[in-house]
Design a binder for this molecule. Structure first.
Ligand code: SF4
Length: 109
């Protein structure tokens, strides 16, 4: 299952984390929602592959600890999504399609 690119319509903002939105539902530690809006990472799909951290040219992502999450115990958090240059490398390299980038959402951070 890939990230829902229409998450803005289908989910509600549940929280804020590192200056970005978290789209619910959130029920820690098993359910963590989608982090970010311009650069959105579905934490419930992320398996901590790390390709996005390695390939992002402007270092948008940092690891965050997510102990006891069923998919992985760290996640790629889009902590600097405002720096994104929309190259789409992270979207292309993610093996589980956990990331959606849409510059049309950039103004709605
Ligand atoms: S689209 Fe490019 S610049 Fe933006 S977060 Fe992904 S890899 Fe980084």
């Amino acid at each position: 299952m890939a990230i829902d690119p229409k998450f803005e319509e289908n989910r509600d903002v549940a929280d804020e984390h590192e200056d970005h939105r978290v789209w619910g539902p959130v029920d820690e530690p098993e359910q963590l929602g989608i982090h970010g809006t311009h650069v959105a990472v579905d934490f419930d799909i992320c398996i901590a592959d790390g390709a996005c951290l390695e390939d992002c040219p402007v270092d948008v992502f940092e690891w965050v600890d997510t102990p006891d999450h069923p998919e992985s115990e760290i996640k790629a958090d889009p902590v600097k999504e405002e720096q994104c240059i929309d190259c789409m490398l992270c979207v292309d390299v993610c093996p589980v399609d956990a990331i959606d980038v849409d510059p049309g959402r950039a103004g709605r951070l």
